[in-house]
Ligand binder design. Structure first.
Ligand code: C5P
Length: 304
């Protein structure tokens, strides 16, 4: 698109999501081990003569809100206000080419927020530092800073305070199975509170971090059992996900878990060939809407 800026941004899977009790502000303290995965949205911002407006294309487009609640629109507005962008220059067309499942526990909305922020920053030449951009990301949502940085990171606080993590070897192979309909993240956290009245302080698992560092898929698979504290809540709200998890493991996945707050399920595979086989078996199983292979870690948001 002429005069526009396009940013590509990855989805994420949480290989660990340790959740503490509800805080006074309603959020939960987390030990959140993020891995960016090679499923991407592309967000293009183009100067527009009209008021800011959003469009979306791709397999999940009809599920994306195209109003001011969309994180991409909120990111553009937040950056414009912070840097005093002239009201006329604020008028942009934001197009989201969406390939990350919507309301699926893969931070698709957060990804679009981070991408729109980076794209508007490049379009308007604000000169914002990386730290300033990360600060705006944290205000937009707990997962938005990670969408900007990508790779692998431990998120503490409500998930927004990031420490980079090392991933060894040649990375990991995954399959993501999408479900019909999304799950609301606040609803899953509420169900977690109901099921877990006395949640201990969240801590990252040393064995899991070591498995990432060494790039050892089998060792990582062992640590994925019970690594997502939101999984029992997601399964309680959507019991059919247990069948998807069983089908993926029966097809040869090393491990299966709910991705974040779900309902997407994630399966770790030994290699690219095994991932393709698991994806095919899941598609044939009738327990999911679609299944796709992807790799991690993937780079964070970047201008194309
Ligand atoms: O930060 P974000 O806006 O993405 O969070 C969405 C919702 O998820 C919050 O309103 C809250 O209900 C829940 N949440 C939480 N604790 C976190 C992150 C999110 O309870 N650490």
């Amino acid at each position: 698109m002429s005069g526009g800026v396009t940013v590509r941004v990855p989805a994420k899977v949480n290989v660990q999501l340790a959740v503490g009790g509800a805080r006074a502000d309603g959020f939960h303290d987390l030990a959140n081990v993020f891995l960016a995965v090679s499923l991407y949205d592309e967000v293009t911002v183009t100067p527009s003569p009209d008021r800011p407006y959003l469009t979306c294309s791709g397999p999940y487009a009809e599920q994306v809100p195209l109003d001011s609640t969309n994180l991409a629109a909120r990111a553009a507005e937040a950056l414009a206000s912070r840097y005093g962008i002239d009201p006329a220059a604020r008028n942009v067309h934001i197009h989201i080419a969406k390939d990350i499942p919507v309301a699926g526990g893969m931070a698709g909305g957060s990804a679009d927020g981070a991408a729109a922020l980076l794209a508007c920053d490049a379009l308007w030449g604000t000169g914002a530092s990386r730290t300033e951009l990360l600060g705006i990301c944290a205000e937009l949502g707990s997962d938005v800073p990670f969408s900007l940085v990508g790779g692998a990171a431990l998120g503490t606080g409500r998930g927004e305070k990031l420490t980079d993590l090392e991933v060894g070897g040649t990375g990991f192979h995954w399959v993501f199975a999408t479900a019909d309909g999304g799950l609301s993240t606040p609803a899953v956290f509420r169900e977690f509170d109901r099921l877990t009245p006395q949640a201990p302080a969240p801590e990252a698992s040393p064995a899991l971090l070591e498995a990432l560092r060494s790039g050892d898929a089998e060792a990582l698979a062992v640590t994925l059992t019970h690594s997502n504290d939101l999984q029992p809540a997601a399964l309680s709200l959507r019991p059919a996900l247990a069948e998807t998890l069983e089908a993926g493991v029966a097809a040869g996945a090393l491990a299966g878990l709910v991705s974040g707050s779900g309902p997407t399920t994630a399966f770790l595979a030994a290699d690219a060939g095994a991932a393709e086989k698991v994806a095919e078996a899941l598609r044939d199983s009738g327990t999911c809407r679609s299944a796709r292979a992807a790799t991690s870690p993937a780079p964070g948001a970047r201008v194309l």
